[in-house]
Design a protein around this ligand. Sequence first.
Ligand code: PEP
Length: 265
Amino acid sequence: MLKKQQSKLVVANWKMHGCLTSNDVLLHAFTQRAVTLEPQVRLAVCVPYPYLAQAQNRLTSTSIEYGVQDVSAHTHGAYTGEVAASMVAEFGATLAIVGHSERRIFHMESSELVAAKAQRALESGITPIICVGETLDERQAGKTNSIVYTQLAAVLDRLDDEADVARLIVAYEPFWAIGTGQIPAVQQIKQVYGAIRAQLMEKAVNIHVPLLYGGSLKPDNALELFSQSDIDGALIGAASLSAVDFLEISAAVSIALSENQDDSK
Ligand code: PEP
């Protein structure tokens, strides 16, 4: 039997935004709110590297997890500007986004490079959040499933141990939905999720890898998405820079989880 997680994970992706002062305001608001949420709502923040120490300082004694938005595919060496997963781990980070579409597209990262990054993260005890998703042209050409399959296969092909598969998180983030206000229909998300689940089952039958959704998630569409029991959480970009929006989204998770529990009684 596939073990289904009861919790939902909401990850703020701050991208290249923030400063020490504005981060403090947001982290304070997040931590105040975290204590009022259902225990099954997991909150996390992925910050720009320079703010990792700040996140560690502010979040260590809270339930909020934190991490980064990328790691190097290398362990160490002459790679100017790169940051190793082991360095990030020294600051107590537990999560690293890898393969975000802004890196795949603007920095031309291949799925093989993303897979190496995911592996370095795992080796350092960090959970990689592997972003997969298609462009609008790819969707219109009917290639969504094959694009997502290839992106995820590169990671899965590197993992021989089911225990490593069990430590992955996958985020389905259609590139055309990121920062555009456009959002796929729930049925479209479910269709992609079905394909991802089938692919994961080929690799590890008994493992439930959390599947997040990302792309223009806002307070007004959060409840509909989180009410879907197969959506295990979300990656939030723009809305995570507003304490009000992020906290409303977190509250929607709380409501969705309690509604799901009522339904299963
Ligand atoms: C993202 O970039 O991961 C993301 C989900 O962005 P937004 O919420 O701004 O669409």
